[in-house]
Design a binder for this molecule. Structure first.
Ligand code: FE2
Ligand code: FE2
Length: 277
């Protein structure tokens, strides 16, 4: 396990202080699929399916559950393989929000027009994904092979997504929505593997300190299972936000834009967190 110094400044409020999830909110998260109803949706969904298939094939991804007998031994997931997968996926997941936010920011100042509240949500998503990555990096040290894969993947994905976002932001948000559907499925499978007793090294492991501070995890809710539930709730949120943004025109107001903090105060803002009861 990596040794890091976790300084106290992480506990301080930032611009993107995470809303506090209730236990019910993290337990109620469900896998979901938005039916592809247009050719744009089908393009987005097919791209995600091809990427997922390629990623699964290359990383030998497979879980014990629900078909443990038919999964070959080489395709079962250990704690280390889950962490490797999380680290790779989260390093990629931090790209779309930053690209979309950056391009909308540049467009706003270039065209001298307002953005209608999208940029903050998109950058917050990128920040949240980076916190997922940093959390898992507390639990595993990436190999040089992994670092090279991340480098290559970021170069390809950043270039491709930037170009695609310039052409069709709607398709890109739909693509991210479908990608996040897969993320929810992945974390749900990891949780099921844990519940089925296939990840014994995590049974007594506590979430890293930075995760406890970031999600403001309550004292009786700081185990690895809880951490996976918190991350999965974030992914479900990204899924719903991006599918919604994919339905909107570019000049529509962002329905997820934060309420002014001065007017309603932070506690109320947290209660108005984007994951609804
Ligand atoms: Fe993530
Ligand atoms: Fe995500």
């Amino acid at each position: 396990m990596r040794q890091h110094s976790t300084s106290t400044h992480l506990a301080q409020k930032s611009s993107w202080t995470h809303p506090i999830y209730t236990k019910k909110q993290i337990l109620d998260v469900q896998t979901a699929h938005r039916k592809a109803s247009s050719w744009q949706d089908r393009v987005a969904l097919s791209t995600v399916k091809v990427l997922r298939w390629g990623m699964d094939f290359v990383t030998g991804y497979g879980t014990y559950s629900p078909i443990s007998i038919s999964v070959p031994k080489t395709r079962t997931m250990t704690e280390q393989k889950w962490l490797t997968r999380f680290i790779f996926l989260e390093s990629v997941a931090g790209v779309p929000g930053m690209v979309a936010g950056m391009l909308r920011h540049l467009k706003s100042i270039r065209m001298m027009r307002r953005d209608h509240g999208w940029i903050e949500t998109l950058l917050e998503e990128a920040y949240n994904e980076r916190m997922h990555l940093l959390t898992f990096l507390k639990l595993a040290e990436p190999t040089w092979t992994m670092r090279c894969m991340v480098l290559g993947a970021q170069w390809v994905f950043f270039s491709g997504f930037s170009l695609a976002y310039l052409i069709s932001p709607q398709i890109c948000h739909r693509f991210v929505g479908y990608l996040e559907e897969e993320a929810v499925i992945t974390y749900s499978k990891a949780i099921k593997d844990f519940d089925d007793g296939h990840l014994p090294l995590w049974e007594k492991l506590e979430a890293p300190e930075m995760a406890i501070k970031y999600w403001q995890m309550p004292e009786n809710n700081r185990c690895m299972r809880s951490l996976l539930l918190y991350v999965r709730a974030d992914e479900a949120n990204h899924r719903d936000v991006n599918h919604t943004l994919g339905n909107l025109n570019q000049t529509d107001p962002n329905p997820f834009a934060a309420k002014p903090k001065i007017e309603i105060g932070l506690p109320q803002l947290q209660q108005n967190g984007r994951v609804k009861d």
